[in-house]
Each structure stands twice: as structure tokens, then as C-alpha cells.
Design a protein around this ligand. Sequence first.
Ligand code: CTP
Length: 413
Amino acid sequence: MEPITLLENKHIVLGVTGSIAVYKAVDLASKLTQAGALVDVVMTQAAREFVTPLTFQSVTGRPVYSDLWHRENEAGLGTHIAHVGLGEGADLLVIAPATAHTLAKLAHGLADDLLSVTALASRSPTLVAPAMDGGMYQNAATQANLETLRSRGVIVIEPEEGRFASGLAGKGRLPETAILLGHIRLALGKSGAMAGRRVVVTAGGTREPIDPVRFISNRSSGKQGYALAQAALDAGAEVTLITTVRDLPLPLGARTVPVGSAAEMLQAVLDHLEGADALMMAAAVADFRPKTTARQKIKKKDNSDEAPTLTLTRTPDILMTVKEHRAQAGWPRVVVGFAAESEHLLAHAQATLARKGLDFLVANDITAADAGFEVDTNRVVILTAGDAPVPLELSSKTRVAEVVVERVAAHLS
Ligand code: CTP
């Protein structure tokens, strides 16, 4: 697990209650710690029936709290002040898994163990992830308690449908770590530099159809676009991700619009651009497409070497269309383009920046083995209209995305 800038040195109190899903909380505590967060685990007595505090202590490297009355670890806070100290210093309180019993206590302000006392004293944003048998989850009492918590601003992470340890099926399973992490990022990002901004991101290589089974595409993986969408979410933006990619995990919280060809991508961009603050065109839009698309699969002829000839034609240039549109409508307020070049990087990039009327252009030398398509790193130069180009050292696509989003946020403010 790579460090996550948004999580670095964030103080997260992870409340763990007595559910079989506790094992997933161990993974969550581990991933949060690897990502750079400081995780203080508070366990209920029931949670300790499933795993020992030592398990959490091992993955977080920090003391684990559970007893309201005893000082249980010399290295930790005395528990007589822990409930105030833990709640006050936290950036976020996450209760996962949260049993029906704990939710009821939270909804009614009961405070009879360290976790419920900590939650009551806490002033940080709170997330709860209910995990219980389907019948318990659907019960009117549980639903009413969740409604009460929501009305007080608590973020409730919807449980998933599936099979329970009891063998029954229904809604009530704790989501996987990636989903929990996504919600935690959304909650922490809310007050970021892009809070209230609307961002449209495009990702992936377009697919230009030859016939119903074949297409022309390119080597773009979509990773840079997905990293941009995640960085914008981490900064608090509302994100629409227009994508040709099918096999990358979606950044939680983004509205996703799947597309195929350049023409479809252009339509999707125009459909979602109204009032947008920024457009980041990371997609590798094909410049050419087959002039005609066969309605049926093109068949080879038996005993013949004959092959069809493809005639290509230009695709619409999305950024040029946006440029015209922006001149009239005034939005998007910021436009970022991406260029993949194999020679004369700066000269080509400067020309594209000017021609397409961009505020920023992220230019990338695709001849380097450690940069460009499919790999996780990029070696880019950021060009800004009216400013000197800024080369970044070899960085993860995540880091490149963060730098771009920081610049866009600064430009918008
Ligand atoms: N782009 C676009 N519509 C197209 C082609 C590209 O909006 N039909 C966008 C890409 O998403 C990217 C930028 O334009 O943000 C790239 O500019 P472009 O001049 O097409 O660069 P390259 O394709 O790298 O260069 P060229 O085709 O000139 O070799």
C-alpha cells in the first residue's frame, strides 16, 4: 500500500465493536497505517471476544484502548483522560464494524464504555459502518437509530448484500477495506482546496469501431486519469469521470460516465461540462477512426489472401470544441490538456498549449521506459500559459495528479 497524501499524519480513531466483521477492521487499521495515518483503536468488550487488542496494536504500532477504568498501557494515555484526549485530537472517528447495539447507544447518547464515551465527547466528523445480520439491520429500531445519526451529520456507510456467518443472506455485511477507505478519504477531503468545485476528468484511450467486434485504440491505461479523479476527490471536488476504461477500480465518490469512441467522449464532455470549474483531458483520444463502421462482423474469405483496406478519417477534437464553447459560455474556468510526445517534447507541447487555448498542459516523454503508458510512474513537464515550463522529477501518477490538482485549485482561487 502506497502512502496517501491526504491520510499522512491524520489522526483517526477507529472504534471496533463486536461483530465477526472485526477481521476486516484489522485490515482497515493496517491499510490506514500503511497509508500514513495515526490510528488509535478503541475496542468494545464484545470486540475483544473476536480478536485481541494485540492484533490491532501490531498493525498500528500504537496502544489500543478499551477499558474506561484502568490504565492499561504505560505507553498510552491514561484512560481517565483517554475519552477526552482521543476524541478531541482526532481528525476523524470511524466506527467499523458498528453493531446494532453500539448504533443504538450512539443514537441515544448512552456512554457506558470507552468507545461510547469517546464518541459522545468527540467533535470530529464521524463515520459508522453498520455490520450485522440482515434482520437486525432492517429492523425499524436500527433504521430509526441510523436516521437519527444521519440527521446529526454522522456519515453512514451502507452495508452490502451477501451471505452472513449465520448462513442467511441479506443486507448487513461490512464493505471491503477499499470501500471503507474511499469513504474515509471523502470525509477527510471535504474541506480541501477544491471543496465546492466541479471537475470533469477524461481517462483512457478511445475505441474507434471497425465492426461490432473490432476497434482501433491505443496503449493508454487510464491510470493518470483515474489518479487525477482521485486527487480531485481528495481535495474535496465533485468529480465526473468520463472513461473508456473497464478494468481499473473506480475512485469512490466520482460520478462515472462510460464511453467508447471519441465522438461519444465529446458528447459526454459537452453533456457534463455545464458550470464546471475544470476540465482535465487525460484521455488519449484517437485522432483517426475508420471512415465507416461495418454493421456486421467483417468475415475473411476462404482460400483467399484478400484483406480489407481501412480508410481512416479524423475524429472530432474535443479540446478544440471546448475552446470554442468556453469562449462563449465562460466555462470550464480551467482547462488542462495532456500530451504524449516522442520527440521535441517542449516545442510540441508549447504549440498544443497555445493552439488548444489551455491553462495547463502536462507533457510526457513516452520514450522513457519508466514513464508513459501502462507503468505507474510518469516523467512530466507542466506547462502553464504565460509561464516557464516546470519539469517534475520521476513521480508516481498519483503524485503527478496531486501536483496538477494543486495548481488547478490555486488557479481557481
Ligand atoms: N485531444 C482531444 N481530442 C482529440 C485528440 C486529442 O481533445 N481528438 C486532447 C487529449 O485528450 C489531450 C490533448 O488533446 O489532452 C493532446 O493534444 P494533441 O495535440 O492531440 O496531442 P497529441 O495527440 O499528443 O499530439 P499529435 O496528435 O499532434 O501528435
